[in-house]
Write a protein that binds this ligand. Sequence first.
Ligand SMILES: Nc1ncnc2c1ncn2[C@@H]1O[C@H](COP(=O)(O)OP(=O)(O)OP(=O)(O)O)[C@@H](O)[C@H]1O
Ligand SMILES: [Mg+2]
Length: 209
Amino acid sequence: MKKGVFITLEGLDGAGKTTQIKRLAAKAQALGIETVTTREPGGTALGDAIRKILLDPAYKEMLPLTEALLYAASRAQHVEEVIRPALRAGKLVICDRFLDSSLAYQAFGGGLAAEYVRYINEEAVKSCKPDRTFVLDLDPQEGQARKGQMKADRMEQKSLDFHKRVREGFLQIAQKEPERMVVLDAMESPEAIFNAIWTNVAPLLSILR
Ligand SMILES: Nc1ncnc2c1ncn2[C@@H]1O[C@H](COP(=O)(O)OP(=O)(O)OP(=O)(O)O)[C@@H](O)[C@H]1O
Ligand SMILES: [Mg+2]
């Protein structure tokens, strides 16, 4: 039985996910809440191996379907090995990207049917749904600018149009699940964004303290 709290952060590259996750984990830990931070793709030894394949610019020919299956494979391992055990143990789990990224990137961006992406993830996720998801909404060009000279990985090298569809995808997904998903303007300052996240999650975390 799940006793912990599961929070995910979503959004384009450079939107500020890692920045906010670090702050949230630090604040929760300071309050004595046992906290696990993790990320997708990856989060396990096998998942990290899959991540390398997914992000390697050498595989330019990778089909959206192949991509979607690899993300789901990484997720299956991640949920079973890391997320579910931590939630069972009553911990706070903060995950950098999760199922919503598969929907936004492989369905909205890559053109696969959203129902199919959901279907191949069903067994991977099982009942492990996030309690709260924050979407950091950002113009893709701004995200790219923030990342500066860093070498773009295979996903980042996709076209501006692709990333615009992904952004729109996140917004549409969020609209359908307003009780779980909160959209935040990633152009706000890191402090303002963190305050909004904290105000929202504090009541959820009260059960862990
Ligand atoms: N609210 C913000 N306003 C301006 N710059 C920000 C903001 N949040 C983060 N940044 C900066 O933007 C860059 C990207 O932030 P961060 O690494 O947190 O994004 P990310 O969503 O984790 O990206 P990625 O998907 O590539 O991991 C960093 O240099 C960070 O300092
Ligand atoms: Mg990051």
